[in-house]
Design a protein around this ligand. Structure first.
Ligand code: UDX
Length: 430
């Protein structure tokens, strides 16, 4: 008998494609066939056993920078509408209408209307944290008249979300507030979706999950962190494996790993201060810099540091030599760090990274935030604090505590294991 086929619709960026491919892998282990429908650039196509379909009319992700997030998402969803419909209609023909569900990234919200038109059940996959999802819902109800720059507003604690205040909300860099809030309404209005999958676990975000459950009233499937059980290489860039050989030569727990995401914009001065501070700390460091590195920086780091354009991050974080992670706090990086019990230096840039950083620093207490201008003395102190001081050791212990809880949640009868089981039951019977 042919396996039931699930359609996955990821948003074409690494931080979204990765958890989607992991989810596909988890579902294929449960006996489903997987079709990934993707548009734009940033396509992955090398997963054995998966079917990949390209939406012909799409928008290159490079336009995200020029248009800004709000315009880009609005235009992307409009542009793909007709050809996405064609793709689904062809897939239904190809697979004798036996497609029990479309699982789509909430940023690809046009999928919902298409699923409805073809009378297909749909499930949202929110690839960010549950707390970010809560903020999305709160933002979609916010009055556009609010002055987000007002210091009083900024320090106001969000109802039900202590210690998150308005300044942690993912509004900066989004353009005019009224347009952004309109888009939030579009994205976070669940419409006819039958449930929401989240790449998180109850032991990390139980109160946000309860909030969502109460507010949305549809099944939630917090089945993460997916990479623990469904790890698969979905890297959009080539990984430089030479850094593993370099790590093999370093002492246990001595290395600081730095990866600040592809969107981080750093002035040359800031990069220099980082380089000097890292060198002055006297700890070896592995630094992901995807752009070409200025010669001055190469010279400074050549003794203690190792630079790569793209690292096999999960292997790096799991390497015994790594003692700390300086991160932009993207949600996948955050989960990957916690799962390896590695404490963090948080340097959030955009999107919802400030929110994740606040949780890392103040809720889970497994990291410290580097705020304001980067200055070499402060970098040196923070690296030392993380790698050698008692403060860092306490953070590491707490992080290891979460790691154990997360692993338990993935085992038989654990909360994430059960959530995946419930999702599978839904997909088998829908
Ligand atoms: C984006 C948003 O920026 C982020 O705020 C949101 O939480 C998720 O979507 P991104 O910036 O790509 O994510 O960061 P992150 O979520 O951390 O994902 C990056 C992925 O790339 C991770 O899985 C990480 O392991 C991988 N990576 C990164 C590598 O494999 N090698 C590297 O050198 C750097």
């Amino acid at each position: 008998m042919e396996k039931r086929r699930i359609i996955l619709v990821p948003f074409p960026a690494q931080g979204h494609v990765t958890p989607f491919i992991q989810l596909g892998h988890a579902l294929s282990l449960k006996g489903f066939s997987i079709t990934v429908v993707q548009g734009g650039s940033n396509q992955v196509s090398h997963i054995p056993g998966f079917q990949f379909v390209t939406i012909p009319e799409s928008l290159p992700v490079s336009q995200l920078k020029t248009l800004g997030p709000v315009e880009f998402l609005t235009k992307l969803n409009k542009t793909i509408e007709a050809s996405f419909k064609d793709c689904i209609s062809q897939l239904l023909l190809q697979h004798d209408n036996d497609i029990p569900c479309i699982i789509y990234d909430e940023l690809m919200y046009v999928s919902e209307a298409t699923a409805k038109e073809f009378k297909l059940p749909s499930v949202i996959f929110s690839t960010v944290s549950a707390t970010t999802r809560v903020c999305g819902c709160l933002l979609s109800n916010l009055n556009a008249e609010i002055d987000m720059e007002d210091p009083e507003v900024q320090d106001k604690v969000m109802d039900d979300l202590h210690p998150i205040t308005y300044k942690h909300l993912p509004t900066s860099g989004m353009g005019p507030l009224d347009r952004y809030l309109e888009l939030c309404k579009e994205i976070f209005n669940r419409g006819t979706a039958s449930g929401i999958i989240l790449n998180t676990a109850r032991c990390l975000e139980s109160s946000s999950l309860s909030w969502l459950q109460q507010e949305l009233g549809i099944p939630l499937y917090p089945l993460g962190p997916l990479h623990i059980t469904a790890s698969t290489n979905s890297s959009l860039l080539e990984e430089d494996m030479s850094c593993i050989e370099w790590l093999n030569k370093q002492k246990s727990g001595s290395v600081i790993y730095i990866s600040l995401g592809s969107k981080a914009h750093m002035e040359a001065k800031e990069v220099m201060e980082m380089a000097w501070g890292l060198c002055d700390s006297n700890h070896p460091f592995l630094w992901v810099i995807s752009k070409s590195v200025p010669e001055e920086v190469s010279k400074i780091v050549s003794e203690k540091g190792y630079i790569v354009k793209w690292a096999p991050q999960d292997q790096v974080l799991g390497h015994p030599a790594v003692g700390g992670f300086w991160s932009h706090c993207g949600w996948n990086s955050t989960l990957e760090s916690i799962v390896e019990g590695v404490p963090m230096i948080c340097r959030p840039f955009g999107d919802e990274q400030k929110l994740n950083a606040k949780y890392i620093e103040s809720v889970w207490r497994i990291g410290i935030r580097l705020e304001g201008e980067v200055e070499r003395g402060q970098v040196k102190r923070m690296v030392k604090g993380l790698i050698v001081d008692d403060e860092g050791a306490d953070m590491r212990d707490r992080s290891i505590g979460f790691r154990e809880k997360l692993k338990a949640s993935m085992r038989v009868e654990g909360s994430s294991y059960n959530a995946l089981d419930e999702l599978v039951k839904f997909l088998e019977t829908s």
